[in-house]
Design a protein around this ligand. Structure first.
Ligand code: SAM
Length: 289
């Protein structure tokens, strides 16, 4: 279970879709001054070097953030949501360039207002130490709690947050098939305790029955609980037989009304910027309860 290290995938096309969506969710929820609690159930190490270590071996950033940067530098125009995402990446590279890629904990920390709180879960024995070390360097460190615990079973204990305003990012590695079932149980429990929370679930599109069924299962849970949802999937290529990840998705329960507009602008640009063959495409669907 502990072979997954997110550094291999830092700055990939999947990270781009996930992190653009995440920034838009936080920005909308921060339009009101009330304190916001953000839970990142699968945090990873927090920030990654793209120039050495695992990321330099996998080179996934070349099909992701570097490809997007080259697209922008070639003079192509991008919508505000992609610009805001690139600004977040740049904020963690104050000396210029793109040596470092911030994962969800750093992106979220950068967006925190003084009244907001961030709760990070990480189980991997090495990642948790790196995460603690990385977060300790942040000026927002006092607003951040780190739990070396299984988030699937502990999430419900944090809900509802005291301010009743909350965002939960659920981004498992799905290394273990049980993650799909654990996700469903955790979401059902979370909605029972905090029905109005915003839940953002990332998933890989891979040839596994559980992955193919995930969006429909999430839709069923959302509609049974009379919740609105949004489903976004980005495919960068269609190369049957290739083992690399070719598509990924986000499923949002209780999405802000602004999210669909932002993704409808951003995703066709991502297809153009990151698409590797004619199979590149997007799915964007929503339902209002
Ligand atoms: N959210 C991160 C980002 O966007 O930068 C990437 C997270 S990575 C996909 C998933 C992480 O979850 C891994 O570091 C893994 O060790 C951790 N993990 C796996 N199962 C977990 C669990 N049950 N509770 C908490 N963390 C877990």
């Amino acid at each position: 279970m502990f072979s997954y290290r997110h550094a291999f995938h830092a700055g990939s096309h999947a990270d781009i879709l996930k992190h653009i969506t995440l920034i838009q969710l936080v920005q909308y929820l921060q339009e009101k001054p009330g304190a916001l609690t953000i839970v990142d159930t699968h945090a990873g190490a927090g920030i990654y070097s793209l120039e050495d270590g695992f990321a330099a071996v996998s080179k996934e950033a070349e099909g992701g953030i570097y490809r997007l940067r080259d697209f922008v530098e070639a003079g192509n125009s991008i919508p505000q949501s992609i610009q805001q995402y690139l600004d977040c990446i740049q904020a963690d590279n104050p000396e210029g360039g793109m040596k470092l890629y911030p994962g969800s904990p750093f992106i979220l920390a950068d967006l925190l207002r003084p009244q907001d709180r961030l709760k990070l879960f990480e189980l991997h024995p090495k990642e948790i130490d790196i995460l603690r070390e990385n977060v300790a360097q942040l000026k927002q460190a006092k607003q951040i709690d780190i739990y070396a615990e299984d988030s699937f079973s502990r999430l419900k204990g944090l809900l509802p947050p005291p301010s009743r305003r909350g965002l939960v990012l659920i981004d498992p590695s799905y290394e273990d098939k049980q993650d799909y079932r654990n996700l469903e149980i955790a979401i059902e429990e979370a909605l029972r305790r905090f029905a109005t929370g915003c839940y953002a679930i990332w998933y890989p599109v891979i040839s596994r029955r559980e992955s193919a069924e995930l969006p429909e299962r999430m839709k069923r849970i959302a509609t049974t609980n009379k919740r609105s949802w949004l489903h976004a999937e980005l495919r960068v290529e269609n190369a049957p037989g290739e083992r690399r990840l070719q598509a990924s998705g986000m499923f949002i329960i209780n999405p802000p009304w602004t999210l669909e507009k932002h993704l409808a602008e951003a995703m066709p640009v991502l297809v153009k910027a990151l698409g590797l063959d004619g199979g590149a495409k997007l799915i964007l669907k929503s339902f209002e309860a």
